[in-house]
Design a binder for this molecule. Structure first.
Ligand code: HPA
Length: 273
């Protein structure tokens, strides 16, 4: 078994050679935060296509870029354009951003995404702090990656979510005057949305939201000792939760509608970390 850092040695040294600073906070930007780099002082951006062996994201609205930016004295690294399982990439490829974050000795990570709401009290436009997550759907793949980690690193997972970042998110939500929902995030591999029966199964097993990313990123980052928290933008009712049929257009429409408040919220959080 080879560690991801060995698999992507050249990719990581390529990025290191271009890095203007050691970032304090990393953000993996999901739908709804795609333009975040424009709202902060971006110093340097790299197209992921220009990085050696970097997987290309083919999803619309997921332009692949890594930005180095500054906001209120905090140094940021922003990953725009996610690498998803459903594009056919391996787990190691999907985890490359986390490996980069680790290699740059960045200590804090916020992961954002779009998700379907399962909890009956959630409506499209809500933001949900990922308190916990169920990654059992991808445990086989995770075992292949986590195997090279030491026992200590594996046990780190009980440190999720980072108390420090949760406190910052809660304080920021108070200051921004909205109710940050909390819940259990369920990863579904995609590429299709779920059936109502699948969503009902997840609901009965305690899920509050479902999406196709994030769980492996927050698991791996936490195992590596990075202070990590995920935040979901609830873009739609998950299949079967409402009578209205789920359409991808609704997901992007909600993400766009919420974008500026989501941006403000994350920016305020940055100042509080
Ligand atoms: N299911 C899975 N992933 C998603 C959803 C959903 O309903 N909405 C946004 N991403």
């Amino acid at each position: 078994m080879r560690k991801i850092e060995n698999l992507f040695e050249q990719t990581i040294s390529d990025i290191k050679s271009k890095t203007p600073f050691q970032p304090d906070i990393a953000i993996i930007l999901g739908s709804g935060l795609g333009n975040f780099a424009k709202s902060v002082n971006t110093i340097f951006s790299i197209k992921t296509n220009d990085i050696l062996n970097y997987p290309t994201s083919s999803v619309e609205g997921h332009a692949g870029k890594i930005h180095f930016a500054e906001y209120e004295g905090k140094k940021l690294i922003l990953f725009q354009g996610r690498i998803h399982f459903y594009e056919g990439y391996s787990l190691s490829q999907c985890l490359l951003p986390v490996q980069i974050i680790k290699s740059l000795r960045c200590k804090n990570l916020i992961v954002t995404n779009a998700a379907g709401g399962i909890n009956q009290y959630f409506i499209p436009g809500d933001l949900m702090l990922i308190k916990s997550f169920n990654a059992s759907m991808i445990k086989k793949e995770i075992a292949q990656i986590v195997e090279p980690l030491s026992l200590v690193e594996r046990e780190n997972i009980s440190n999720y979510p980072s108390k420090k970042i949760v406190d910052a998110l809660l304080e920021a939500s108070l200051e921004e005057k909205f109710h940050l929902k909390e819940g259990l995030y369920w990863i579904s591999k995609g590429p299709s949305y779920e059936t109502p029966a699948e969503v009902e199964m997840m609901r009965r097993l305690g899920a509050d939201a479902v999406g196709m990313s994030t769980a492996h990123e927050i698991l791996y980052a936490t195992a590596l000792g990075i202070q990590t928290v995920g935040v979901s933008c609830i873009t739609n009712f998950a299949a079967g939760i409402s009578k209205v049929k789920l359409a991808h257009a609704d997901v992007t429409e909600t993400a766009t509608r919420v974008e500026s408040m989501f941006e403000k919220f994350i920016k305020r959080t940055i100042t509080l970390i």
